[in-house]
Every structure is written in C-alpha cells, then in structure tokens.
Ligand binder design. Structure first.
Ligand SMILES: [Ca+2]
Length: 517
C-alpha cells in the first residue's frame, strides 16, 4: 500500500516536471478533443493498412470487479482506443485455457469464462465495427493445451483416433516430453504438445476453426502465434504451411488480415513474407537490440542516416508484403526500458519513429502512456493504468516486479505534453497522410547525417518526412526540394519545427511532414 502511495506521489512529481519542462503551452482544447475520434470512422473496414492496438484482456479493463479484465471491460474502452487513433485490435488469446496467458488452448470454439462469453465477444465485435475498428484474434495452432480433448485421447495410446494429431517418438528426444511410456513433441513446455501439422485431419480441424471465427463469429483475421515453431528448424516447411493456412483463410474471407509471429531477422522475415500471410511482425525494429533503440543511441551522430538505411533495407526485404512494425509486445521488455525512464522526449521519439514507418503498426496496451515492464513475462503484462491511484486488475500470476513510472491515462489525457497526447498526435498523421502507411520510400541524400529525409509516395500523393532522431537541434538548408509546405510536425521539447525560406529547423527528436503544395 505504501509503495502505491509513494509511486502515485512520484508520478505526480514527474507530471509536474514534465509540465514545467518547457514544453508546448498546455492546451485545454487538445484535452477536450479526447471526446471525439481523430479519424473518419466510416473508413473502409476491409482495409488491411491499420493502426493496431494489442490487448491482453486480463490486464486491460475489468467490468465486473472480480479483478480479471474481461471482454465487456474492453468494450467499455473502445472509444479510448478509437480516440487514441487506433482502428484495429489484436486480442491475445481469448479461447478457453488453463493458463492465465491462454496460449495453450483447450477449446478453439469458445471464450474463456474468465473473460466472458461468446455473446460478450459478439457484442464487442459489433461495437468495434460500429466504430470502424477491426478485431483480429490470436490463433495458437503450433500446439494445444495438454488438457485439450484431442491430446487427452491421443495420450491414452496408439489406438486413439487422435494419436496422429500429435508427434510421437518411442524414445527420449530433444524437445519431447513423456506420457504413458511414449514421448510427444512439446517444444515450449510439456503442457503445450505440438500438433502434427502434416496430418490432413489436423489441417481440416484448423480450416474448420478458421471458418468458425471468420464466418460464424465474423472476426477480421488472426495473429498467428509461433510460426517458426510449426516445423522447428525448417523454414521451408513453415512457409509451405503458412501458405496453406493463408490460402485457406483468404478463401473463406478474402479481406481478412493475417499477421504472423516470426521472431527472427529481416532475411528470415523476408522468406516468410513469400507465403500468403499478409504481414509479419518486424522484430528487428523492436526492443532494446532493435533499429529504433540503435537509432536513438545516446552517442549516435548518424541517427538520421541509420534510420534511412533501415527504411531502405526494409523496403528491399519486403517488396510485396505489409510490414508490421512495433516496438514492444507481451513477450518483450517495454520501450521505456531502452529509451530511459527519465527521458520522456526519447520515449516519445521512439513512438514517433514507429508512427512514421510504412505498413500496419502495432502498439502494445500501455505503451502509449510509457508503461514499464521487463524480466519475467508476467511483469510485461501488468494492469493498464487508467487512474493514478491503482490499476483496476489483479496482477497476472508470477509477477515479480510491478511499477509505474509515468502517470495514468486520465492524468496524461489532460496534459498536452504527455506521452499519450504525443502518440495521439503521431497516430493522427497516419490517418491524415495515407502515404505514410502505404507509400514506397525513397530516402534522399542529406548532408547532415543526424537527420533523415524520406519521400513516401502512394497513388499520386507524396510527402517528405524530415526526421531528426538525434539529441541535437538541427538547422538544414532544404532549398527547393519540391516540398515547400510544412503540413504537420511532431516535437518533444520547447522549440517548434519551422520552415522559413527553404531553411528547416528540426529541434532534437522532432519530425516534419512536408507536402508539395
Ligand atoms: Ca472481470
């Protein structure tokens, strides 16, 4: 209790520091604008280029006071997500499961009772669609729960009709666990037996699951869990299976969106992108080892040049798939871990760089308020901080560290210079300038390597993104580059972005969007 009070006081002090730090003048108009969406809700629901918000239902919003977040709680927060500027939601697993994270499913046709009912889910989906928000659900089919009826039967012996749904060995083997004298493949843990994806009966089951969620329930797609483990160590077969799965899903619902978790380097992701799955998460950009962390390195004198190089590499690696950039997710340390918990400007800039990336971007719940979390997985999945007093949900089992550095949503909403309002401004630019998400990138040579000049062009529209990810203020002679209008800007300190007579002033950690007219 004392710790909570102390952290609330610290949060308050921090807020004061942020507010007094010489940022923009606080604007009440901005705070009030949270009542309305920053984008057109009638935007096409079949559009795959979106701004996605990843939700761990357990820790997001609890509607019935039992301490566990639930679907009805999420429904209550749809306006928040919409008004933030996201028009898609990725739901971490919602199907029945014995674990708190629910990545080991026991029934692919229902909702875990901790989260609510199928009726609740249908109501959530309808409410989301009314607001122009798509919902994709997590689909773990590399493995099931060891309590799934298929496995309970399969484990009884070789005569079970479900025996070949899993992969068995007569002897001990790496990545296998023992049950009733036989060994089954279980690459993650023994409670997650790997499905035998070569078995046509298993593929029929998966196709039926796709059909149920896409046709009967009406979800907008899937996030595909652990795709590199489908056939462990065999990328070619993984791509073959993903193509089969992608074709099956698109045959049922041509506009559905599929994004795969291929936790690997860019060249591997490039190979996976050859499948018929729409997107793969851009792991090389994320976390403390990723591009964004490197670009924002404190002693980096070539921040802009590096950013340009990564953008070019990305485009060459993924010529025809939709990139899925992100900074953090439920398995990774949170962004504040590499931007610094005392450096809100750098934390904002990480978000700004994310929002300037092409493709469908993903924001993990709480990222937009600078939530922290690292180490044990449950630490990365703690309760959303809606109010500064305390989170509304019980910490997931196994949490070993739980703290909040920045103030809550309700406090940050009212502060024009908060991380939250920065994210909202940055997301709004993606809606206002569709070329940012959809366009091809041409990086222009810049004489000053601290900044990046990149043209993004799409269907006759083009914008020049001038980005200063360095810690230094930069004045740059743009001359007559063909983009004479400063249409929008994002900045994190006191000085504003300016364009005067071809001279562009880009303060530390700032972004300018320039247009041809
Ligand atoms: Ca609840």
């Amino acid at each position: 209790m004392k710790k909570r009070v102390l952290s609330a006081i610290l949060a308050g002090i921090l807020l004061l520091l942020c507010a007094c730090g010489g940022g923009r003048k606080a604007s009440s108009a901005k705070a009030a604008a949270w009542d309305a969406p920053s984008w057109d809700e009638s935007a096409r629901l079949d559009d795959k280029y979106r701004e996605w918000y990843e939700v761990f239902v357990w820790s997001f919003s609890d509607s019935d006071g039992d301490g566990v977040g639930d679907l009805n709680g999420l429904t209550e927060k749809l306006d928040y997500i919409r008004n933030l500027g996201c028009n898609g939601i990725w739901l971490m697993p919602v199907m029945p499961s014995p674990s708190y994270h629910k990545y080991d499913v026991t029934d692919y046709y229902d909702i875990d009772p901790q989260y609510g009912t199928m009726e609740d889910f249908r109501a959530l989906l309808a409410a989301a669609h009314e607001r122009g928000i798509r919902i994709i659900v997590d689909l773990p089919v590399n493995h099931t729960s060891s309590l799934h009826p298929w496995f309970l039967s399969a484990a009884e012996g070789p005569e079970s009709p479900y025996r070949d749904y899993y992969v068995w060995s007569d002897s001990r083997a790496d990545g296998y666990s023992e049950k009733n004298g036989a060994w089954y493949e279980s690459r993650f843990v023994d409670s997650m037996p790997d499905l035998n994806l070569d078995n046509p009966a298993v593929r029929e089951e998966i196709e039926a699951i796709l059909r149920f969620w896409l046709e009967d329930v009406g979800v907008d797609g899937f996030r595909l869990d652990a795709v590199t483990s489908y056939y462990t160590g065999d990328r070619e077969r993984n791509v073959e299976f993903l193509t089969w799965l992608g074709d099956a899903a698109h045959a049922i619902a041509p506009d559905c969106y599929l994004v795969g978790e291929a936790w690997d380097n860019l060249s591997a992701i490039s190979a996976y992108a050859e499948s018929s799955v729409d997107s793969f998460f851009l792991f090389p950009m994320s976390q403390s080892e990723g591009w964004v962390a490197k670009v924002l390195g404190l002693r980096n004198s070539r921040a802009g040049a590096m950013l340009g190089k990564y953008m070019t590499e990305l485009q060459e690696a993924l010529p025809s798939s939709i990139p899925a950039p992100f900074l953090e997710n439920h398995d990774t340390g949170r962004t504040v871990g590499f931007t610094g918990r005392d450096d809100p400007a750098r934390t904002k800039m990480a978000g700004g760089l994310l929002c300037m990336m092409p493709g469908s971007i993903f924001i993990y719940y709480g990222q937009e308020i600078g939530m922290v979390g690292s180490g044990d997985d449950p630490n990365k999945r703690i309760g959303m901080l809606w109010t500064t007093e305390k989170e509304t949900t019980t910490p997931p089992p196994g949490v070993t560290k739980r703290e909040y550095v920045y103030p809550s949503v309700s406090v940050q909403m009212k502060d024009a210079d908060s991380i939250l309002n920065y994210y909202r401004d940055a997301l709004a630019l993606r809606i206002r300038f569709p070329a940012i998400a959809r366009g091809r990138t041409e990086v222009l040579p810049a004489e000053d390597e601290r900044i990046c000049l990149a043209v993004r062009s799409w269907e006759g529209e083009s914008v020049l993104l001038a980005v200063n990810p360095s810690r230094e203020d930069v004045t740059y002679e743009l001359g007559n580059a063909g983009y004479p209008t400063l249409a929008a800007s994002l900045f994190t300190g006191g000085e504003a972005v300016k364009l005067e007579g071809g001279t562009l002033t880009l303060p530390a950690y700032s972004i300018a969007v320039l247009t041809p007219d």
